[in-house]
Design a protein around this ligand. Structure first.
Ligand code: DC
Length: 235
């Protein structure tokens, strides 16, 4: 039997920012023929909309205004064959590029700590995974969104390694950022994500930890396929 013939499951991938969760999740989804959902992109999309509609000014997030905008934000995904993954759209407009800027990164932790924002996005995520066969990455997938996921992975990596990865990614796109600025952002988002009152980032008790500081993507895939076979054989 091939790996893709087994009963479809939910693969939940949580962990710190810039650990390579999305790259890993995208590869897994392609390998298994599953749908990949980047939940961080959804929090970023709400943040971008709030920035563009006056609910965030000079870095100050006005929670009430963000909540008031929520009903006007329609988030959807469309598969982009060039990327081998889905691009995110807000009200029909593609925003995949614009949600990755440092401006959005600096405000997204505060926006994602708003309970109403989490309620709306978690409901969307649960609907998207209701038929299983999904790989979802985020901060609370194994703890809140799908506590019953069959395979939960908690990713970590050294903060300096993570900052370097994000820096290389942004520089390759032509963004004029400094490594220092990125490392500060990575560390402050770790703190904010772990200490927020609603759905803080934490490893689910039944999640398997993957520290990929010194692992290639191929090595991570090999590790994953062993875990996947174990998880599906045990069922
Ligand atoms: O994975 P990312 O860096 O693109 O996520 C952006 C932010 O969104 C991150 O700082 C925390 C938040 N987030 C969250 O609170 N819950 C999730 N499931 C995914 C992301």
């Amino acid at each position: 039997m091939s790996d893709t013939d087994t009963h479809k499951i939910i693969v939940a991938i949580d962990g710190f920012s810039s650990c390579g969760k999305s790259t890993f999740a995208k590869r897994i989804a392609a390998r298994l023929g599953y749908v990949f959902i980047d939940t961080g992109a959804m929090y970023r999309a709400v943040t971008l909309y709030a920035l563009e509609h006056g609910a965030i000014r000079s870095g100050e997030v006005d929670e009430r205004q963000v909540v008031a905008l929520l009903d006007r934000i329609d988030i959807s995904f469309r598969f982009n064959p060039a990327r081998g993954a889905s691009d995110i759209y807000v009200n029909g407009t593609p925003v995949e590029e614009r949600i990755r800027t440092i401006e959005v990164s600096e405000c997204v932790s505060r926006v994602s700590a708003i309970p109403e924002v989490r309620r709306k996005l978690v409901a969307m995520q649960q609907a998207a995974g209701s038929a299983r066969g999904v790989v979802m990455d985020g901060r609370d997938i194994g703890t809140v969104v799908f506590p019953d996921a069959e395979l939960k992975i908690f990713m970590t990596a050294d903060p300096a390694v993570r900052a370097r990865r994000r820096y290389d990614e942004l520089r390759a796109k032509g963004d004029d950022v400094s490594l220092d600025e990125i490392e500060r952002n990575v560390r402050s988002r770790d703190r904010a994500d772990m200490s927020r009152a609603v759905s803080p980032l934490r490893r689910a008790d039944d999640a398997i930890e993957l520290d990929n500081s010194h692992m290639s993507v191929d090595e991570q895939m090999e590790w994953f396929m062993n875990e996947y076979r174990r998880a599906t054989a045990a069922r």
